[in-house]
Design a protein around this ligand. Structure first.
Ligand SMILES: Nc1ncnc2c1ncn2[C@@H]1O[C@H](COP(=O)(O)OP(=O)(O)OP(=O)(O)O)[C@@H](O)[C@H]1O
Ligand SMILES: [Mg+2]
Length: 271
């Protein structure tokens, strides 16, 4: 349900600097928002570096990071916490959001639109100047730790009438837009995240560029940086390049056989 397992040492601190290649002025904007304690929304397609960025910022700002992967069965109570029966006693266990609010962490709610509507009731007073968390079940109102910051991610590509963020929610966040990194940066990321040679990395990026251009013809989203890294890692393992691209890029992207043929043609053109 939630990624709330503390890191080594029982802490949410990120010990080692995560590799993150800046693609724009996102580090500056986030730092300014953090300093002003303004909640942040990361917008962008899947696999383009949002999660890696938050990990990097938590490391840079030396704040603990609590990540929650939101899904359609996530209720406000999952974020807040619950009473559990232990022997003859009922014991209150903080949920990930409550924990983050108490300890002054960065709380990253990934894919916020997926969560149940009742979560907005919890999020709103925390993300305006009140900075309050109401825990109904305990009758407790918590003032957020001065270092607490809420960060949410949102993929406008999946946006639908039903699953759009309400204006009253979106207008509580400073937004940072993410997209696929520029070609030379994306190639650098691929070589850093795999053992592949720079030339192959550049070819993978060129392939992605072509695929991202045919997006309008039936693909919901282009090939992500994540998939390019997968292809590079298969190549590292000795998989022939065309096969690696088919397994890591074409098949995950679409089930449509005609579209897949188009993708295979692109691969054969490039490699
Ligand atoms: N700017 C970057 N610097 C370093 N690595 C990057 C960068 N952008 C993407 N990556 C790589 O791409 C992978 C996917 O990125 P990440 O998991 O952060 O995507 P995401 O935007 O959070 O996707 P999703 O919306 O699906 O959660 C990372 O594991 C990392 O290897
Ligand atoms: Mg992510």
């Amino acid at each position: 349900m939630t990624d709330q397992i503390p890191r080594a040492g029982g802490s949410y601190h990120i010990g080692q600097e995560p590799f993150y290649l800046s693609t724009n002025n996102e580090i500056k904007t986030f730092t300014a928002a953090y300093t002003a304690r303004l909640p942040v929304m990361l917008k962008g397609p899947t696999g383009c570096g949002k999660t890696r960025f938050v990990e990097y910022m938590a490391w840079l700002l030396k704040r603990p990071l609590v990540t929650v992967a939101c899904h359609e069965d996530l209720f406000a109570s999952d974020l807040l916490g619950r009473y559990l029966l232990q022997e003859d006693e009922t014991v209150w266990i903080d949920g990930p959001l409550t924990r983050a609010v108490r300890m002054g962490a960065i709380c990253y709610l990934d894919e916020i639109v997926e969560a149940r509507k009742d979560t907005t009731v919890v999020i709103h007073p925390l993300t305006d100047n009140r900075r309050l968390l109401t825990i109904d079940k305990k009758g407790e109102i918590l003032t957020a730790h001065p270092d607490f910051l809420m960060v949410i991610s949102y993929n406008p590509g999946y946006q639908s009438v039903l699953k759009d963020l309400k204006q009253s929610t979106r207008q509580r966040f400073v937004s940072i837009e993410f997209d696929y990194p520029a070609p030379e940066k994306e190639a650098e990321i691929i070589t850093r995240e795999s053992q592949v040679d720079p030339q192959t990395a550049r070819q993978l990026v060129a392939l992605a560029g072509k695929i991202r251009n045919i997006r309008e013809h039936g693909l919901v989203e282009g090939a992500s940086t994540r998939l390019l890294i997968y292809a590079a890692r298969l190549i590292d393992q000795g998989t022939p390049v065309q096969e690696a691209c088919r397994s890591a890029i074409c098949l995950p992207l679409t089930d449509d056989t005609r579209l897949q043929e188009t993708l295979v043609d692109l691969i054969e053109d490039l490699f």
